[in-house]
Design a binder for this molecule. Structure first.
Ligand code: ZN
Length: 238
């Protein structure tokens, strides 16, 4: 991750160094070599295509028709590089494993998980790495039904209870979403808070300068929100 602090190390220069190797250095037109390396990346797809692949995979998962994978295939290639088609911001909840939910293989998803699927500085830095260095064209923020972290935040805000350990940090991070849900006066406060938590994180990421906001403005990256229903296995876009 320390590579992020080296402004001279862009994804292209990294790819050139790793994928193109000495060819780029020997070329009279290194920029063309860099562009070619970018286009050759397996994850050089539009954000919309990445989202469609995730939703197709979720359709297979929900229908219990997932791809029968050979996990040993491609191991050597994966040891050399990774080309995720999407970054996922997901909850740590044991029932919400993105690779299963979207029926994707090893190396396909770059996943940041924390209880309550919000983004702190470390998560943001990880996503910046996924977007700028690994070239993922999509960030999907995934909330889910029966989220214990959101439930706990609603309870704590109601009862003014003080949780032990570091748990108050989770509550503080989710509190803005519960505030928004209360203002909306929804019939189902938990479902509304879960949705607001996703929207809040999507907005935050879209505006997260300089790396992600710039990629979103240039339409290289899309930030989307989704809701996973544990009971049905289905993901709906928010
Ligand atoms: Zn959760």
């Amino acid at each position: 991750m320390c590579d992020l602090h080296r402004p001279s190390l862009s994804r292209r220069s990294l790819l050139t160094a790793v994928a193109v190797g000495t060819l780029a250095g020997a070329s009279a037109r290194p920029q063309r070599a860099e562009a070619a390396a970018d286009e050759a990346r397996p994850n050089a797809i539009k954000p919309e295509e990445a989202l469609a692949r995730l939703l197709d995979g979720n359709g297979r998962y929900a229908a219990n028709a997932t791809v029968n994978r050979d996990f040993s295939a491609g191991r050597a290639a994966r040891a050399a590089a990774q080309y995720p088609i999407a970054c996922i911001v997901g909850c740590a909840d044991a029932r919400v494993a993105p690779d299963f939910i979207f029926d994707q293989g090893p190396g396909d998803l770059f996943v940041v998980r924390v209880a309550g699927n919000f983004v702190n500085t470390d998560g943001l830095a990880s996503l910046e790495y996924g977007v700028s260095i690994l070239g993922a064209p999509l960030i999907l923020v995934l909330g889910h039904s029966e989220c214990g972290a959101v439930k706990a935040t609603i309870d704590v805000m109601k009862t003014k209870a003080v949780l032990p350990g570091h748990l108050p940090a989770l509550i503080d991070a989710i509190r803005p979403a519960v505030d928004l849900a209360e203002k909306a006066r929804a019939q189902d406060p938990l479902a509304e808070a879960i949705a607001q938590n996703v929207r809040h994180t999507v907005r935050r990421l879209e505006q997260a300068g300089p790396i992600i906001a710039e990629a979103v403005a240039a339409k290289r990256v899309k930030v989307a929100g989704g809701f996973y229903d544990i009971a049905t296995g289905k993901v709906a876009l928010i």
